[in-house]
Design a protein around this ligand. Structure first.
Ligand code: F6P
Ligand code: MN
Length: 362
């Protein structure tokens, strides 16, 4: 039997969800379908790789281009951003957009009607992995445009993550998947490359509560705060350490791919606040990385935190604000929060890995 006979399409899934809300007009579903189309278009560009002439940096002949984050833009970063904008701006569902690749909010051109939602996105997360053919993805978050401001302002986007109407990501890996939450659990869809349709393959995703896998960029260990050092060290100490079990470690450098692994089989991801660059309180961005992934984790029974407070309660102060991020299996994230809350009575010198001959000696 073909997949179309056995499974729901994304469209069918959205229509069935909407039937639970008879007052809904369908704007929201149309918006999600446009976002899904943008992701399919990006998947196609990513899949062509070198053949598409899309590897390398944007505007290389003019010395390259740098985004508001101070990061060199790849050709595919710029193209993915354009695809998101062009495919979603015309439908009349949006009042404005914000993206990692645009310094200020994007205004819907006056020739199109304005809608009641705001779309926030990271068009191509993990883009340092593009040229080496490792999974990348797109992350998105949908908010209500609560003010009536026209044009939209940065302030309109500064809503805590618990106000998100929907969030999701597309992962461009061996298969293309779309993971989505409209605030009623998390569902996973796989792109059928023949039909060009996202098919429901992973209904009701749940993050396992316990895990033995963690992900952190250990090259930053000398900049970590004590609670993070403690957590990682206890994991590394394995069976004979305080945790009494061995852990595995992973680092893909594509947060969206790490989030997917954690949704599938549990684990914890940390890109904590550290002392590497005092101007950057963390590496990842609150509005289009931490909040949508945090929403998905919580909707799947996992947890997302800054280390100190639940991620979704943070009041944003800037469109491109960075923040320390910890997410994944509930018990692990809670443990990390506990270590942050406990008085610092744990010292490096008691710890074999940070001691004179230790692995993570500063
Ligand atoms: O968008 C930021 C990002 O590419 C994430 O996807 C990833 O987790 C992180 O940066 C990788 O950071 P680093 O280069 O420090 O490993
Ligand atoms: Mn990113």
């Amino acid at each position: 039997m073909s997949s179309i006979e056995q499974r729901s399409t994304l469209t069918q899934f959205l229509i069935e969800e909407r039937r639970r809300f008879p007052q809904a007009r369908g704007d929201f579903n149309a918006l999600i379908l446009d976002v899904a189309l943008a992701c399919k278009a990006i998947a196609k560009s990513v899949a062509f790789g070198e053949l598409g002439g899309l590897y390398g940096n944007h505007a290389e002949d003019q010395g390259g281009s740098i985004n508001v984050q101070g990061e060199t833009q790849k050709k595919l970063d710029v193209l993915s951003n354009q695809l998101f904008v062009r495919i979603t701006e015309w439908g009349g569902h949006l009042a404005g957009m914000a993206s990692e690749e645009m310094d200020t909010p994007y205004q819907i051109p006056t020739r199109f009607p304005r809608g009641k939602y705001l779309l926030v996105f990271d068009p191509l997360d993990g883009s340092s992995n593009i040229d080496v053919n490792v999974s990348v993805g797109s992350i998105f978050s949908i908010l209500r445009h609560v003010g009536q401001s026209d044009p939209v302002t940065e302030q309109d986007f500064l809503q805590p993550g618990n106000q998100q109407v929907a969030a999701g990501y597309a992962l461009y890996g061996p298969t293309t998947m779309l993971i989505l939450s409209v605030g009623n659990g998390v569902s996973g869809f796989t792109l059928d490359p023949h039909l060009g349709e996202f098919m429901l393959t992973h209904p009701r995703l749940k993050v396992p509560e316990q895990s033995q896998e963690f992900a952190i960029n250990a090259s930053n260990s000398r900049f970590w705060e004590a609670p993070v050092k403690r957590y990682v060290d206890e994991c590394l100490a394995g069976k004979t350490g305080p945790r009494g079990k061995d852990f595995n470690m992973r680092w893909i450098a594509s947060m969206v791919a790490e989030a997917h692994r954690i949704l599938m089989r549990g684990g914890v991801f940390l890109y904590p606040r550290d002392s590497k660059d005092p101007s950057k309180p963390g590496r990842l961005r609150l509005l289009y990385e931490a909040n949508p992934i945090g929403f998905l984790m919580e909707q799947a029974g996992g947890r997302a935190s800054t280390g100190q407070v639940p991620m979704l309660t943070v009041q944003p102060t800037g469109l491109h604000q960075r923040i320390g991020l910890v997410f994944g299996s509930k018990e692990e994230v809670e443990r990390i929060e506990r270590y942050h809350a406990e008085p610092v009575e744990w010292h490096d010198e008691h710890n074999p890995l940070f001691s004179e001959r230790g692995l993570f000696r500063d």
